[in-house]
Ligand binder design. Structure first.
Ligand code: ADP
Ligand code: MG
Ligand code: MG
Length: 251
């Protein structure tokens, strides 16, 4: 069964139609890259899948694990295993990242009928992941995202992903604001999470990130739809030619 199946999706923001008949199937184990010009609606698509408020689905549907997610709130989608990384949570004043991570893990466990995670087990997991992602204690004692630099924010969110182990991860513009070292750390973190069960939608503007997170499929998003799909070589072609041709085609 596909992990995510988007069928002829239409969605509006502020009464304006941004997603105009988008279809995409992602199977377990696959990494799909979605590339397109700025303002095309890539973030809108991720927000629609994550169930953020203010985004209205006006047609089509999204199935996760075969289940229509239309009636699920954002937090239900998150506990079910849909993860939107690198755009939010925004700053959460007063809540240390460690506390937040534990609460998020416990929410997910409850949703799956499991008890709270053992404190020692949590710490052990946390330590191991911190080490992988090069995250000092001092950083996760700070409130979520408070005073994090761009790179720290993304490392913290990669940590969140590693701790929560979501089934489907959306990475929206992970590369923006990352220097090359941070990009490598975050990409390594993502690559370690690539398994036969998990799927990824990697949204990016530039080809660069895809040198580190190598996708199985690349899709061009323009005019609210996917206008071309191919293998990883399509990203190189786009880097060379730009999006102009596709923007015209979509218009
Ligand atoms: P991308 O991520 O591809 O750069 P976005 O999804 O951010 O594109 O934006 C697509 C269009 O939707 C833009 O015209 C943008 O102004 C509009 N849009 C996105 N989010 C909102 C919002 N919350 N309120 C109003 N307009 C929005
Ligand atoms: Mg944008
Ligand atoms: Mg965007």
């Amino acid at each position: 069964m596909p992990l995510i199946e988007i069928q002829d999706l239409h969605a509006t923001v502020d009464g304006k139609e941004i997603i105009k008949g988008l279809s995409l199937t992602i199977n377990p184990g696959e990494v799909h890259a979605l590339m397109g010009p700025n303002g095309a609606g890539k973030s809108t698509l991720s927000n629609v899948i994550a169930g953020r408020e203010g985004y209205e689905v006006t047609g089509g549907r999204v199935l996760f694990d075969g289940r229509d997610i239309a009636d699920m709130e954002a937090d239900e989608r998150a506990t079910a295993g849909i993860f939107l990384a690198f755009q939010y949570p925004v700053e959460i004043p007063g809540v240390a990242t460690t506390t937040f991570l534990k609460a998020a893990m416990n929410a997910k466990r409850r949703a799956h009928g499991e008890g709270e995670i053992d404190a020692m087990q949590f710490l052990k997991l946390l330590r191991a992941q911190q080490k992988e992602l090069d995250i000092p204690d001092e950083m996760i004692k700070r409130p979520v995202n408070m005073g994090y630099s761009g790179g720290e924010k993304k490392r913290a969110e990669a940590l969140q992903m590693a701790m929560l182990q979501p089934r489907f991860c959306i990475l929206d513009e992970t590369d923006s604001g990352l220097d090359i070292d941070a990009l490598k750390v975050v990409s390594d973190g993502v690559n370690k999470l690539r398994t036969a069960e998990r799927g990824f939608l990697v949204i990016t503007h530039y080809q660069r990130l895809l040198n580190y997170i190598v996708p199985d499929f690349v899709h061009v998003f323009a005019g609210g739809r996917i206008v071309k799909s191919g293998g990883k070589e399509l990203a190189l072609e786009l880097e060379e030619k730009g999006y102009a041709e596709f923007a015209e085609q979509a218009a």
